[in-house]
Design a protein. Structure first.
Length: 212
């Protein structure tokens, strides 16, 4: 088994320490950082994402795998920066104003990072202005809004309006998600995408960043 496969397998099992050691070994063996990232870490996280979609693994397993991914990524970051490797896209994510739930948001963030996206996490209770200003200042292609309460869902419509008012609506895509959210609601408020789970959200964000 190649070391990249070993990295992928151990990441899927959530063995963070082993993943870190294997990534360090792969680097010292002269394997390109981009190959380690794509064929080791991201490949492993993709398997976890698919299994999560199919209900073969659950939130705890995903969180453990994501932690292993992060340990491996930390080793590679300086090398990737030195090579001028750009992320596949840039998104900002947060739970909307008035809502303090973050488990779903954190899961989506991890899945997106697992796909090679750069994610700016705005936390919870995020105002429409904060989403829009961050997207402008950081050059994000996608704004991701999460809500767990029916009472806070309305803020998502305000985010769309704020993006329109700021003149960035044609440049930035808006994704929404969370337990009470539906695709009908997405259409109603004029957002660009809705997904029902974290793995699908990551796939959708990649598509939106690529302009597909």
């Amino acid at each position: 088994m190649s070391i990249l496969n070993e990295i992928s397998e151990n990441l899927q099992k959530g063995k963070a320490k082993v993943v870190k050691e294997l990534v360090e070994k792969a680097v010292s063996d002269g394997i390109a950082a981009t190959d380690i990232l794509n064929e080791g870490l991201i490949a492993g996280m993709n398997v976890v994402g698919e299994k999560f979609k199919n209900n073969e693994v659950y939130v705890p397993e995903v969180l453990i795998a994501a932690r292993a991914m992060n340990m491996g990524s930390q080793v590679l970051k300086p090398l990737l920066v030195a090579q001028g490797v750009k992320a596949t896209g840039k998104v900002c994510i947060g739970t909307v104003q008035g809502d303090l739930h973050d488990i779903g948001k954190n899961l989506v963030k991890m899945m997106m990072e697992g796909k090679g996206l750069e994610v700016i996490d705005l936390g919870t209770d995020v105002s429409p202005e904060t989403y829009v200003n961050t997207a402008i200042e950081q050059g994000c292609q996608v704004i991701c809004c999460s809500a767990l309460l029916t009472t806070t869902m309305g803020v998502m419509a305000d985010v769309v309006k704020a993006a329109e008012a700021a003149g960035i609506r044609d440049k930035v895509k808006i994704m929404i998600g969370g337990a009470p959210v539906t695709d009908d609601y997405r259409a109603q408020i004029g957002a660009d995408a809705y997904t029902s789970d974290a793995a699908s959200a990551a796939d959708m964000a990649i598509k939106l960043c690529a302009g597909v």
